[in-house]
Ligand binder design. Structure first.
Ligand SMILES: Nc1ncnc2c1ncn2[C@@H]1O[C@H](COP(=O)(O)OP(=O)(O)OP(=O)(O)O)[C@@H](O)[C@H]1O
Ligand SMILES: [Mg+2]
Length: 413
């Protein structure tokens, strides 16, 4: 629950600060009114209003599942609202597809990157452009993209392949791609999650350049308070699909924002740091493991985790965290070293054997790796218990028992 506890502290004063002049902004450039969206069993958005003014960086803040992405997908024509209206540049619009949104000057950089790694930067920018039909004139496109890059002050090697770029550079490719399609309003959904702190600074400074110098308006979706505080002019906070507050950032504090975000005051130093002092439960000894490219991703990792403890593993994405979690879960072999659980050597045990010992694993990519979206909750639960004699009778699954188990899990957690 305390994800922002960590994000609050490091270098909050380091981020480039936006200029918050008293830019009188009479009319919103984008106005959403009464947007409601239901998914089966979930009211993702409930009568949401959003006003974005020209030339501002507008932060949309909310916890996981608050409805931020759904709202952005509606503004970008990817999702149709059940109710509500949109006005863009003073005109009532209805987007049936992202193509419609782009025609009205709205571009989006998605929460998950959507570039083709094996293609060059230029190919990625040009790919799928509505004007590109039939024969592709890459040379003409290159000149256009270069001019655009110069105008916006980007320096990305257009000939580089996307897999060669850092996350920060990939982000710029996505932004350039949106601008190349004529975006005047740029939606960025959680753009900083995979970036290093210096890359975050570069991104924020770049966005400020876009709004100040180029008349671009930015909607910045995030759940990171320091970013909202330093980089936005205005903020709309969503909680459980509802707008709970709209503020000028200059009038907000992190405490106010977090209060609205979670619906109560949050004590920032609430974790009881006294060590629980239980017995060591999970011990890693000189672990080494290779990543998918065959490179050594873990070298000599050792730790001891006691009963009741929370161990934080920090690092920029791609520095071995994922491999470590996989080795602990049994999904990736340890090249050397050992893992002990409750005194037992489990280094060679399968994921199933570890699960039966009581080790659960929630991967970062939950929707791709750990669950099947088209399955019901009961069916997803079944994936973990279909081998359990308690839930099978002569090889036939005990559906009623599994449903009761799912209910028990739901009410317990
Ligand atoms: N296609 C879908 N089908 C069913 N439910 C969905 C779908 N998309 C989103 N939801 C649900 O709608 C709610 C809002 O989700 P959304 O992704 O918009 O939240 P978010 O604020 O972007 O969260 P995060 O910070 O995790 O990105 C969640 O309960 C989510 O499970
Ligand atoms: Mg989201």
């Amino acid at each position: 629950m305390a994800a922002w506890e960590v994000q609050l502290r490091p270098g909050r004063d380091d981020y480039p600060q936006v200029k918050r002049g008293s830019a009188a902004a009479p009319e919103p450039i984008l106005a959403a009114r009464g947007i409601t969206k239901r998914f089966p069993g979930v009211l993702a958005l409930d009568d949401v209003d959003l006003d974005v003014y020209p030339g501002e960086i507008h932060a949309v803040l909310g916890q996981n599942g608050a409805g931020k992405t759904t709202l952005m997908n509606i503004l970008f024509g990817l999702v149709q609202p059940d109710e509500g209206t949109l006005e863009v540049f003073g005109r009532r619009v209805r987007f049936r597809s992202p193509h419609d949104a782009l025609t009205h000057g709205i571009g989006m950089v998605h929460q998950t990157r959507r570039l083709v790694s094996a293609h060059t930067v230029l190919e990625n920018i040009v790919l799928g452009h509505p004007r590109v039909r039939g024969v592709l004139n890459l040379r003409a496109a290159r000149t256009e993209v270069e001019t655009l890059g110069n105008r916006y002050g980007f320096t990305v090697d257009l000939g580089a392949r996307v897999w060669q770029l850092s996350e920060g550079e990939r982000q710029w490719v996505e932004i350039l791609k949106a601008l190349y399609r004529g975006a005047r309003i740029l939606i960025l959904d959680e753009p900083t999650s995979a970036l290093t702190p210096p890359e975050v600074k570069t991104l924020l400074a770049g966005l400020q350049g876009l709004v100040r110098g180029q008349g671009i308006t930015v909607i910045l979706v995030t759940h990171k308070l320091p970013i909202v505080m330093s980089a936005s002019h205005r903020v709309t906070v969503l909680r459980s699909g509802k707008v709970v507050v709209r503020l000028k950032t200059a009038e907000a504090t992190e405490e106010i924002l977090v209060h609205h975000m979670v619906g109560r005051d949050v004590a920032f130093r609430s974790t009881d740091r006294a060590l629980p002092g239980g017995r060591p439960l999970l011990e890693a000894e000189q672990l080494a493991a290779f990543n998918d490219k065959g490179l050594l991703a873990l070298r000599g990792v050792s730790f001891s985790l006691r009963e009741g403890e929370v161990l934080g593993v920090a690092g920029v994405t791609g520095n071995g965290q994922e491999e470590l979690a996989q080795v602990l879960a049994g999904l990736r072999p340890a090249a050397s070293g050992s893992v002990r659980f409750d005194g037992q050597d489990i280094t060679r045990l399968s994921p199933l054997q570890r699960w039966q010992l009581g080790i659960g694993y929630v991967p970062a990519e939950r929707s791709e790796v750990a669950s099947i979206a088209a399955f019901s909750l009961v069916e997803n639960t079944t994936l973990n218990y279909h081998f359990d004699p308690a839930f099978t009778r002569r090889g036939v699954l005990d559906d009623a028992g599994l449903e009761r188990l799912t209910q028990r899990i739901l009410s317990a957690y």
